[in-house]
Design a protein around this ligand. Structure first.
Ligand SMILES: Nc1ncnc2c1ncn2[C@@H]1O[C@H](COP(=O)(O)OP(=O)(O)O)[C@@H](O)[C@H]1O
Ligand SMILES: [Mg+2]
Length: 353
């Protein structure tokens, strides 16, 4: 076994720091070095895939993928193909494309539809026909959030509501010329479209990514903030409270939209931790995975249940490129590196048995 690991990044993207890498990447590199491992960072480009495969195969025991969905200019296909090939020859994958797709895509919300994690009425549209048929009903009653399946930083996450809120609709679909107010989580900017035009805009997410659209209720208590569990394996390491900016229309808890992040020890949120630990096995089961990713996050928004008690609703899971909050740098990356090394070593022991 080589005590060498490689980190894959991509050139460009709003998540990069002045050294061209994600800000927490060099602290991770140093954490490995402090544990006696060599850690190298490579940029992935589609045209370099074969060279990257050969070089990684020859030199490293594992890879850490740190590329946000949406940041590869020509999509994730060739990247994932390369990662799969590396994993097949025994290079330990952190994370494996299966984990990223089965857990990290928004359709996990559909897979968990019948569990304690889900909002009451959440739909997944598998075809444009289904979307066109159901969404005008769904929006007629209340505010909704539409999510593209694979994205990040709030791109393609829309809060949608009827522009003229004096209009009411019973059990009938909204007419296609109804004006709807659409706010994107990327930067909380608002656009007004006819329902027809807005649906056309969203159809592109389905066509371009050959993928489903998620339609879930707008959870008003997002104004109280989104709670992110930062996890190593099955262990919650911290709770990050992400409060949307106070400006009107703001509902986004993403970093770049101006949300405020505060970090707490898990003990500060005992109800959330208990709820998560009781139900977490469902996540693995419904995602059809064998184990928890090494580094991942689960985001929750509060709602009320039928007895008006607090209920945590899952808003998304990330395991493609989890960032380490600046305040945790200095400690967290060491725990992460130790866990990675342990996984590589146990994998190696399995192989030589
Ligand atoms: N159902 C919802 N109700 C209210 N706000 C939501 C809902 N779903 C997402 N949001 C807001 O939109 C933001 C981005 O959505 P999210 O699903 O986390 O996508 P991304 O992967 O782009 O971060 C969240 O941080 C949250 O502030
Ligand atoms: Mg998010």
């Amino acid at each position: 076994m080589k005590k060498k690991i490689v980190i894959f990044e991509v050139e460009g993207g709003s998540d990069k720091w002045i050294n061209g890498l994600r800000k927490d990447t060099m602290p991770i590199v140093r954490a490995f070095e402090n544990l006696g491992w060599l850690c190298e960072v490579l940029y992935f480009r589609d045209e370099w895939k074969d060279e990257i495969y050969e070089y990684t195969k020859a030199n490293f025991s594992g890879f850490i993928s740190r590329i946000n969905p949406g940041n590869l200019p020509y999509g994730e296909e060739l990247y994932f193909e390369t990662l799969r090939k590396l994993s097949e020859i025994g290079v330990v994958a952190i994370s494996h494309p299966d984990e990223m797709l089965k857990l990290g895509a928004k359709d996990i919300l559909i897979k968990l539809k019948n569990t304690a994690f889900a909002a009451r009425d959440t739909y997944g549209y598998h075809s444009i026909k289904e979307f066109r048929k159901r969404f005008p009903f769904s929006l007629a009653q209340k505010q909704r959030v539409l999510k593209q399946n694979r994205g990040s930083t709030g791109v393609g996450i829309w809060k949608v509501e009827i522009h003229d809120d004096t209009k009411t609709f019973e059990n009938e679909p909204l007419p296609l010329d109804t004006l709807v107010q659409c706010t994107e989580a990327q930067d909380n900017h608002m656009e007004i479209h006819t329902l027809d035009d807005f649906m056309k805009l969203c159809e592109k997410y389905m066509v371009e990514n050959n993928s489903i659209l998620i339609d879930m209720p707008y959870l008003e208590r997002i104004s109280e903030g989104e709670l992110r569990l930062l996890l190593i394996g099955e262990k919650p390491m911290a709770v990050i409270h992400k409060k949307p900016s106070i400006s009107e229309d703001a509902f986004s808890a993403t970093m770049f939209s101006g949300a405020k992040y505060t970090i707490f020890q898990p003990e500060v949120y005992p109800d959330l931790i208990r709820f998560f630990e009781e139900n977490a096995p469902q996540i693995i089961k419904q995602a059809k995975l064998k184990s928890y990713p090494i580094l991942w996050t689960a985001d929750f928004i509060l709602d009320f249940d039928e007895q008006q008690k607090d209920k945590y609703v899952l808003s998304e899971i990330n395991c493609s490129c989890v960032g380490i909050p600046e305040k945790l740098i200095g400690e967290f990356e060491n725990s992460f590196a130790r866990e990675v090394i342990e996984r590589i070593e146990s994998n190696f022991t399995l192989k030589i048995k």
